[in-house]
Design a protein around this ligand. Structure first.
Ligand code: ARG
Length: 312
């Protein structure tokens, strides 16, 4: 898998002159535009009165960049957000969060702009009000309420304790990992860090910026276990069958919501309306199915380098 990605990286270097590859990696469009646009069209059956009302609403919407919906994400999290590698080797942002982002932008008549950062960066982009939304499989953790507002839930996932097959009998409970000699990973800024400190406070807790880093350490035998979102762990497991999900980890704030830049009530209301629509018209279900399919193909998780290519 790793080798394949390296080879792809090379192909992409050769294709570096392609306009699609150049420019700032922090500003991208999604691979799922077509699907999202198609379903936006499906949903365009509203009456004239309704669409007039919608237009007035949109006109009142204030976003950080006029006419745009700026969304921060951390693309190390398939099937939520990751890069799908196209047939020509070009990485394109994908995942159901990205499809939903496109759907919301279309619904609000705004152009989608995605900013890619590590997960703790998503939180600080929202805190500094540099973006309108944070869409990154974000849990509505009450501790974050001071720096963002939360949309309604749009997806229900769970939490897991993960290790490698060879260690599955050893690190199979909180007691088993709650020892200073056991290294336990979690992503910086994530609720998984809280799960680690709550359930295994005596372990050697290792905080890393990307889920990709955690997986790499687990596979290299440098880390013993890790707290990871269940569907993300399952997605990595497809590429790395050595990974083993040993147990489910209970967590109160189940599900994902969108982090909305604080004190923008019209935007929060509009986002909630779009989420309700996407759940109701079957779009969300389609985005999830498409994301899972893309995630089982050639993909890359992590940030691209400055020239918009897969990091080696
Ligand atoms: N659900 C967790 C949280 O909100 C983890 C989210 C991490 N997302 C990501 N794209 N890496 O803290």
């Amino acid at each position: 898998m790793r080798k394949k990605i390296w080879a792809l990286g090379l192909t992409m270097c050769m294709a570096a002159s392609l306009a699609a590859c150049g420019g700032n990696s922090s500003s991208e469009t999604t691979a799922t535009t077509t699907a999202a646009e198609a379903s936006a069209e499906d949903g365009a059956e509203s009456t004239d009165a309704a669409s007039e009302a919608e237009e007035t609403e949109t006109a009142e919407l204030k976003t950080v960049a006029e006419g745009k919906l700026t969304v921060a994400t951390s693309p190390d999290f398939a099937p939520y957000e990751f890069y799908a590698i196209g047939e020509d080797g070009t990485p394109a942002l994908a995942g159901f969060d990205m499809a939903l982002a496109q759907y919301i932008a279309d619904d609000l008549g705004l152009e989608l702009e995605v900013v890619t950062v590590d997960f703790d960066g998503v939180l600080s982009e929202l805190q500094t009000k540099s973006v309108d939304l944070g869409m990154a499989g974000l849990s509505p953790d009450p501790k974050r309420e001071g720096i963002m507002d939360f949309s309604d839930l749009y997806y229900i996932g769970g939490q897991s304790l993960v290790t490698v097959k060879g260690n599955a009998d050893t690190y199979n409970s909180f007691e088993a990992i709650n020892k200073p000699e056991v290294s336990v990973g979690a992503q910086i800024g994530s609720i998984q860090m809280d799960l680690a400190t709550a359930n295994s406070p005596d372990a050697d807790i290792v905080a890393l910026p990307k889920v990709t880093d955690i997986i790499a350490e687990l596979l290299a035998g440098k880390m013993d276990a890790a707290y990871i979102e269940t569907d993300v762990a399952k997605s990595y497991q497809k590429n790395y069958p050595e990974l083993e999900i040993v147990m489910e980890v209970p967590y109160d704030q189940e599900g994902s919501s969108i982090g909305v830049c604080k004190d923008n009530a019209p935007l929060l209301a509009a986002v909630n309306a779009s989420i309700a629509k996407a759940l109701e018209d079957g779009s969300m279900e389609k985005f999830i199915a498409e994301a899972n399919e893309l995630a089982s193909g050639e993909k890359y998780e992590g940030l691209l380098n400055e020239s918009g290519q897969v990091q080696q």
